[in-house]
Design a protein around this ligand. Structure first.
Ligand SMILES: [Zn+2]
Length: 211
């Protein structure tokens, strides 16, 4: 298969390994990245392509979460990814579903910070494998009118995440490098999503029951 497939909700699904070299260098599709404790992690291969801010704003991954909320990055992002087209791993849609649950629980807007959604593995803030490069992590800096700028507030929302989404992970509070004290980091882990439209997936129904 050489042509990308159009995903049903409007963004083009692309095989990252078929993108031009500058994008492959930035996204490292399907490659291995080492995390902070030395574990090898397999990066996402399939991405949704976003053509413009207008498309990012108009395309929802969940009822209250548009694509635009996951792609605010600054000059620390790899150069090819600072302009459109932009790319998000397909698993970003799963994060949006989790955030939608959280939003329903708190009953108000949930804000994701700059560089707090998807960051490529070349984003200089990361320095190793982070679920942000899988599209499965969000840094929440504000909920409704409340800023998550002190331990009490962050801990309160971390408890809500823990009760609501027991398999999600939130970063511990504290001043150390990998800890957080001005937002709540939550993630779903190193999830790789392969939509059914992706190359290599079989669309035929076999008359064999796999048990
Ligand atoms: Zn984070």
């Amino acid at each position: 298969m050489t042509q990308p497939v159009v995903a049903s909700f409007g963004l083009r699904l692309v095989d990252g390994r078929r993108l031009d070299q500058p994008y492959r260098n930035a996204l490292l599709p399907g490659e291995v990245l080492i995390d902070h404790v030395g574990q090898a992690r397999l990066l996402p291969r399939y991405f949704y392509e976003i053509d413009s801010w207008a498309q990012a704003r108009d395309t929802r991954l969940a009822p209250h979460f548009a694509v635009s909320e996951f792609i605010h990055t600054d000059v620390r992002e790899a150069e090819p990814l600072r302009v459109f087209p932009r790319y998000i791993p397909c698993a970003t849609a799963l994060l949006a579903i989790a955030l939608e649950q959280f939003r329903n629980e708190v009953g108000t807007h949930v804000f994701i910070g700059a560089n707090g959604g998807y960051c490529s593995p070349r984003h200089t803030r990361l320095g190793g494998a982070s679920p942000h490069s899988w599209g499965t992590a969000a840094n929440i800096y504000r909920v409704g009118d409340t800023y998550l700028d002190n331990h009490e507030v962050i801990a309160r929302y971390a408890r809500i995440v823990a009760e609501l989404l027991p398999t999600a992970w939130t970063r511990p509070l504290g001043p150390e490098d990998q800890w957080t004290d001005d937002h709540l980091h939550m993630d779903l882990g190193y999830v790789v999503s392969v939509p059914r439209e992706a190359a290599g997936e079989n669309h035929f129904a076999y008359p064999i029951a796999l048990e």
